[in-house]
Design a protein around this ligand. Sequence first.
Ligand code: 0L1
Ligand code: MG
Length: 236
Amino acid sequence: MSDKELSATIARCRRERRLADSIVSAVELPAAYRVQAALAEGRPLSGYKLGLLSPAKQAQMGISAPIYGRILDGMLMEGPVSLATFLQPRVEPEIAVVLRGPIAAGATPGAIHAAIGGYYLAVDILDSVWRGYKFTIAEVVSDNASGGGFLLGPQRFDAAPHGALRLWLNGRIAGGGPVDSLGDPGERLAWLASQTGSLPAGAAVFLGSPAAAVPAEPGTLEVSIGRESFVTRLVP
Ligand code: 0L1
Ligand code: MG
């Protein structure tokens, strides 16, 4: 499958609200990012997501760096969130930052730190177009790194929270892991700016999850770290 066919498949399946089957293709990563950008054209950008942060996940996909996707107009949501708007939603707990200033490619660590307006508990709602989340790396990058919906908790933290980030679904723990395993947020933002050219002021950047994504279900969704938590609702 060529990059044009890949782009057309994703666009058609998204439009028709149906899943696509993975087809092994020879599309390289730079071409996949071009497909992602072309599919996002005309939609205002609210930020970015980082994905596949862990070396184990990267090795599984045959890459040695994270991937990124775009948070587009309408993807930043407030609860309650209707699951009917997605194809096959999965959720994972994250930390996100909101930028108060722009970050240029090559910015110093000090400039990056100064550009961070705050840290938030967050939920990444993944929604791959690829059936059963079975995809090649080119397919998932072209499909906007499975970007579906994004939730930011109401509380702003001045500093990056540390500890075990946990996801609770209807009172049951659904996953978690140490937030420090995601690496230094400043370094992650530096990498992202080097890939995109710059990050605009006001952008939300979801920094990835230390936990595996789990299928979303209606009910109460909670993200916690230490004594802090963010609760929202998922409805059918
Ligand atoms: O970390 C992530 O948000 C994952 C991005 C793409 C891979 C997936 O859909 O599982
Ligand atoms: Mg994620």
